[in-house]
Design a binder for this molecule. Sequence first.
Ligand SMILES: [Zn+2]
Length: 276
Amino acid sequence: MAITETRAIVLRLIEFSETSLVVTLLTRDFGKLTGLAKGARRPKGPFEAALDLLNVCHVLVLPKSGESLALLTGAKLERRFRAGQRDLARLYAAYYVVELLLELTDEGDPQPELFALAEQTLHDLDGNSDITRCLIRFQLQALRILGHVPRLESCVGCGSALPAEGSVSFGFLAGGLLCPRCAPGERQRVRLSSKARQSLQSAVAAGDRLDFELAVPARGELHGLLAQYVTHLIGRRPKLLAWANVWLRREAAGSKVPHVDAEQGPQPPATDSDQA
Ligand SMILES: [Zn+2]
């Protein structure tokens, strides 16, 4: 196979030798891809320090053959994620996106739409967009692209119409809203308030846009619902969820995030040994 150029987001870096890295990327054309980047730890060379967590780059890839890893032969930086230097809440939110991308995707399964969504989400988080809105949109759109969009228009159990207003049950196994008749038979379910239900429907209808209805009391509830749904799909609780209160609290209060010492912050997925 020939060397191919593609665009990529850096999801994980593992030191392989004094000069080399094993890099996991979300690429536009190959999906998730793990490759060896020889010489990437040298300041000068074909990688020009482009391979840093959350960066968007152009990479040159020699796809894997058989059991060997793919080889990365060069990279050029397109965009660096800078918000982490000024706002740790944005950094944690970006790490959460990366954790979900690592967990929800398979190697060698190209999803150009997911790549575009991830790139847009990191771009918005790097700017001044509302973090909770960015994450709600990211999770809903990623679930749709990957075939797990929750059903909201009628009962996911029996297909019957749902009460037009008021609170309603959401079933994680069934993957959507449940009518009062089906809800008691579902083991994994939560009650969704009327406001959260409206916000969820508005967010789904908004598609790629961030200007959906999101009532303040519904923020934490909706975030919690999607996080629990994702937890159900990947089979464990995302590690970065422990830090979600940093951005949720701040945005709910409309105030500045309380200072969080970087030393106490979460480790990026890249350096997490049990994910390596
Ligand atoms: Zn039903």
